[in-house]
Design a protein around this ligand. Structure first.
Ligand code: SF4
Ligand code: SF4
Length: 298
């Protein structure tokens, strides 16, 4: 699935290889070139939950997945990937004029809704802006809650849809990228170890789900039921609120992945159990039932 994020200028890179990089330049000397001039940014279900946990989401009144997906100008939308027949969430880079009906794909220069002037980012997180920062520098207001794909940049992580093998590539985001044009070099292994809260391990729960799904697609199975459930789980709080539950009853990430894992395999018993608990008003029993997580135990 990750292959579809590639732009054609990526170079495979091994753990012991180095690339030109200066972290400080990325933070202090860039106008956020990675976060502009595209229409959509592919994110993961885990990223959605991280955005919800961010202090910025709280500040702007986003408390549930509904507010991310259902606003008139939504921050996140869902698209179906035609290569792998799977629905995927994307941050939408809405242009000025979105309220007048201009879609991101028809606008020349969009930027991520989380890109802000660097001074605003530091002020929001109650930190002092470095004195060496360029006055026009921009940064991500989500900070440690930004999507994994952004944390990895300029490294792309690729997980094979058939083999599951994890590999990495280097993608120079822009010819004038100040961080990649620096003389400093960093070893890939060191760089990955420095990333906070990113899964750089060989296993990814969601990828296991996507692989199962793709295997069945290739065998000719109709996976539309799975995709419908996946879409509902991306906007999990809509299900809760429609059944009069507060978002604090949201099942854990592992539980939701377990539901998806079974559904990707054509088994819907866990999904039906979840929906039954929702409609009967006893979601507590589902949320606290350890058996609901046993199909994926790493
Ligand atoms: S990676 Fe380069 S282009 Fe992207 S935000 Fe950092 S400095 Fe700017
Ligand atoms: S989420 Fe943050 S780092 Fe990622 S594109 Fe948006 S502003 Fe840039």
């Amino acid at each position: 699935m990750e292959a579809s994020i590639l732009r054609g200028n990526e170079l495979p890179i091994q753990m012991n290889e180095t690339f030109q990089w200066n972290d400080k330049a990325c933070i202090e000397e860039c106008a956020g070139l990675c976060c502009k001039d595209r229409n959509y940014l592919m994110v993961s279900f885990h990223d959605i939950l991280m955005i919800l946990k961010s202090s910025y989401a709280k500040r702007i009144g986003i408390q549930s997945t509904c507010e991310l997906f259902e606003d008139e100008i939504p921050l996140i939308c869902i698209k179906k990937d035609s290569n792998f027949e799977i629905v995927i969430p994307y941050i939408v880079f809405w242009p000025i004029g979105a309220k007048m009906g201009i879609l991101p794909e028809y606008a020349p220069s969009n930027m991520c809704p989380f890109l802000k002037p660097l001074r605003m980012v530091y002020a929001f997180h109650q930190e002092k802006t470095p004195s060496t920062a360029h006055p026009l520098a921009m940064g991500c207001i989500l900070k440690d809650h930004k999507p994994d794909i952004c944390k990895f940049s300029p490294i792309g992580s690729l997980r094979g849809m058939e083999t599951g093998i994890l590999s990495f590539c280097h993608v120079k985001p822009n010819e004038v990228c100040p961080a990649c044009n620096s003389r400093d070099k960093v070893e890939l292994k060191t760089y990955l170890n420095s990333l906070r809260g990113v899964n750089v391990g060989p296993k990814s729960l969601f990828h296991e789900v996507a692989m199962r799904h793709y295997r069945r697609v290739k065998s000719g199975n109709d996976q539309s039921n799975f995709n419908q459930i996946l879409q509902k789980i991306y906007n999990i709080d809509r299900l809760l609120l429609d059944n009069n539950f507060d978002v604090k009853y949201r099942p854990s990430y592992k539980q939701l992945i377990s539901i998806l894992y079974k559904a990707a395999n054509g088994k819907f018993d866990l999904w039906e159990s979840f929906m039954n608990h929702l409609s009967k008003g006893n979601i507590d029993l589902f949320v606290h039932d350890e058996d609901n997580r046993e199909c994926l135990n790493y």
